[in-house]
Design a protein around this ligand. Structure first.
Ligand code: ZN
Length: 79
C-alpha cells in the first residue's frame, strides 16, 4: 500500500466509517471505497459518499487534504 510518510494518513469515509476516501481518475470525484455502484452488471458497495469538493472531506484541525498518486490523504501540517 502506498505510504507517503508519517505525517500522512488515509481518510476514513465520514458516512459509513468503513471505507476510505479515494479519487476516481475517470470522474475526478472523491468517493468512498465502498461506493454504491454497478460494475459490469454487478452491484457493489453500499455507501453514497462522493464529492468533487475536497473541502467536504472531513480532516482534523491542523490537517489538509492532499492527493498522492491518485490517493487522497490527510497531511498533518501543524505540530
Ligand atoms: Zn463510505
Amino acid at each position: 500500500m502506498l505510504n507517503p510518510g508519517p505525517n500522512f494518513r488515509r481518510i476514513a469515509c465520514p458516512e459509513c466509517q468503513k471505507g476510505t476516501i479515494r479519487l476516481a481518475p475517470d470522474t475526478a470525484r472523491f468517493q468512498c471505497s465502498r461506493l454504491r455502484q454497478v460494475i459490469d452488471g454487478f452491484k457493489v458497495g453500499n455507501c453514497d459518499f462522493a464529492t468533487r469538493d475536497c473541502a467536504e472531506i472531513p480532516v482534523e484541525p491542523g490537517e489538509r487534504v492532499v492527493v498522492v498518486d491518485f490517493t487522497p490523504f490527510a497531511q498533518r501540517i501543524a505540530p
